[in-house]
Design a protein around this ligand. Sequence first.
Ligand code: PAF
Length: 290
Amino acid sequence: MPLDTTSYALPVARTIQDLRATVQKWRDAGETVALVPTMGALHSGHISLVDLGRTHADHVVVSIFVNPTQFGPGEDFDAYPRTEAEDAKQLVGKADLIFAPNAREMYPEGFSTTINLSGVTAHLEGLSRPTHFAGVATVVAKLLLTCLPDVALFGQKDYQQLLVIQTMVRDLNLPVKIIGAPIARDPDGLALSSRNIYLTETERATAPHIHRILQEAAQKAAQGADIKALCAHGMAELKELGFIPDYLEIRNATTLAPFDSNSVEGPARALIAAKLGQPRLIDNIDVPSA
Ligand code: PAF
């Protein structure tokens, strides 16, 4: 299938072969490539990754693929917003190519390989969503090996995902530099997410508390407060506000393992996950060093 150049104002590769051929032409001309993997439903957080990619490479490819294997049973795979035409509009003048394969292209009949990581996946999201990171690692490895970019960019909002990808790239010697970009937030602090569109007006007004609670926990932890008590207090506050909290934790920033004592030792990250109405929101921030 040739590149789709008629649907939108920028070309779309629908097959692995077309993506490879386009990237190869750039490579033959001595030009560099950045990849921004997404599941579409683009918001300004994604666009900031594309803009950052542009500062690192001559060409930016944005992949749009709602990856079925990273959704667990009962999660929102079917309902996940699919907005390819609007996504393409936002990328005009920013990206050079969209890679938008279908599921059969990524997972042909007989597909049998899964990448499983131990260590960092043993915590937090890995416990709540046991099959999630295998799906993410497998699809990201395929995207990286298909596009072979010089750099690939991921948002720090999915902090554990970023650690998983960095670990996989290191362990498998994948020849790509992974860049973790700062979390894009609305002015009231809510981290941008494609799932925020599920929030009702009232829930949207409540949602920024998730960031405030994180900030308070991180600041107090940095001042030496008991992290177990801090997290328990934050969880209770989330419940009072109408969230169904999954976790609020202050963890080792590299391994996500809990600290042995009740106070922060070395680089730490505060991480939170809570349902508010339909969507499950996640966020995280750095715990400043004391
Ligand atoms: O963060 C996402 O949108 C997805 O997990 C990713 C990295 C595109 C893999 O499907």
